[in-house]
Design a protein around this ligand. Structure first.
Ligand SMILES: NC(=O)c1ccc[n+]([C@@H]2O[C@H](COP(=O)([O-])OP(=O)(O)OC[C@H]3O[C@@H](n4cnc5c(N)ncnc54)[C@H](O)[C@@H]3O)[C@@H](O)[C@H]2O)c1
Length: 357
């Protein structure tokens, strides 16, 4: 179906030339577009991240977190963003995190992503957003692992600290972009998470030897790459000696490491201002140190050769997660669904189109 450009609305004196179209894209459609396209998705994320960092006409204000005092473990976040340049789209990711969902057999996160037309502001699509969010996060992790891993021996052992949905996505993206491991270690407080993730790893056929760990310390000591993907709200890993072998740490869940571990590590973030908000381990480290000197730089500093990465300390990547990546990936999905002729347009969605009735 052809999308009618939102600017084709009405002038004050005339009849509407045509209503702007509005499409709904389901999770099944999003997943069909993204499955098996790890390399292309990493390119989309790489492109959007560089636009954001290199002044490519993006706006990525701080996310807004709706706290729920009657449900303190949960939150709903809005991540608005605008991308200029050749992408040319605005939008917002509206994403809930309800950790209690998992016990009821549902994923923790659920979301919708709205895309707005760059010229008129009209929303033109609403799509399932949790797959977009998990995918952009995993793709950025894979991109970071590639750049941050350059100066170190190729890792052979990866350890997942927290074995939920994000762990699965990160593994899929590392493997899908060419990584392989002799051993994949798993540590989680919940036995059913360990069993579920192990089942996924076995089906993937790309995990090497799978090792379950009953101790956080042993998992970390045994891993060249450690992926934190828990739902911890405050630091619970504070013994620096566990990191004595200077692993690469993908700190996706942002709040696991004690500030003392952060201060003793080489720290790379996606965006400095964002990463120091929301009581992340980075924010706690800034408070403890009284400065930001412990931040070595951003991933784009690494990509552009502006920072060197010492190899004599743990290397920690803490990506806060940027709305521009959600919006860019959402636009990619929209374009692919549209190209396949599978857009489901909601008739009459925009209805009040005559200015004076
Ligand atoms: N940085 C980003 O851009 C970004 C994007 C998406 C998700 N995330 C984060 O990724 C994390 C994981 O999300 P998910 O969807 O996989 O959640 P999930 O609920 O599916 O899995 C989390 C797992 O962590 C385990 N866990 C909790 N506390 C633990 C602890 N102290 N030690 C060991 N295991 C522990 C739980 O048992 C569970 O299996 C969340 O914190 C989420 O906010 C980050």
């Amino acid at each position: 179906m052809t999308r009618i450009h939102p600017s084709a609305t009405t002038s004050p004196m005339s009849e509407p030339a045509g209503a702007p179209a509005f499409a709904v894209i389901s999770g099944a459609q999003v997943q069909r577009v993204l499955t098996g396209r790890e390399d292309q998705v990493v390119e989309v994320i790489d492109d959007a991240y560089r636009l954001h960092c290199f002044g490519g006409g993006t706006e990525n204000p701080r996310s807004c977190s709706l706290r729920l005092p009657d449900r303190p473990a949960s939150r709903i976040m809005a991540l608005p963003a605008s991308i200029g340049g050749h992408v040319g789209v605005d939008g917002v990711q509206w994403i809930s995190s309800f950790p209690g969902n998992v016990a009821a057999g549902r994923p923790r996160a659920s979301a919708v992503l709205i895309l707005n037309d760059h010229d008129t502001g009209y929303p033109f699509a609403c799509m399932e957003g949790s797959i977009i969010s998990a995918t952009r996060t995993a793709a950025l992790a894979a991109l970071a692992a590639e750049w941050l891993g350059c100066a170190r021996p190729r890792p052979t052992r990866i350890g997942f600290f927290g074995a939920g949905l994000m762990a699965r996505y990160v593994h899929t993206y590392l493997v899908g972009t060419g990584w392989s491991f002799d051993e994949t270690g798993v540590y989680d407080l919940a036995a059913d998470s360990v069993a579920g993730f192990r089942g996924y790893l076995e089906r993937s056929g790309a995990a090497g030897r799978i090792a379950g760990y009953d101790s956080a310390e042993r998992l970390i000591r045994a891993s060249d790459v450690v992926v934190f993907a828990t739902v911890a709200t405050r630091p619970h890993v504070g013994d620096l000696s566990w990191f004595g072998h200077n692993p690469l740490v993908l700190h996706m869940s942002l709040r696991d490491l004690a500030p003392e571990v952060v201060l003793a590590s080489v720290n790379i973030v996606d965006d400095v201002e964002h990463s120091l908000t929301g009581n992340t381990s980075m924010a706690l480290a800034e408070r403890l140190a009284g400065n930001r000197d412990f931040l070595c730089g951003t991933l784009d500093d690494v990509m552009d050769g502006r920072v060197m990465l010492p190899v004599d300390r743990p290397l920690v990547f803490s990506p806060f997660g940027l709305g521009v990546l959600d919006v860019a990936l959402g636009k990619y999905v929209y374009d692919e669904v549209s190209r396949g002729g599978e857009l489901r347009v909601v008739d009459d969605f925009f209805h009040e189109l005559r200015r004076y009735g």
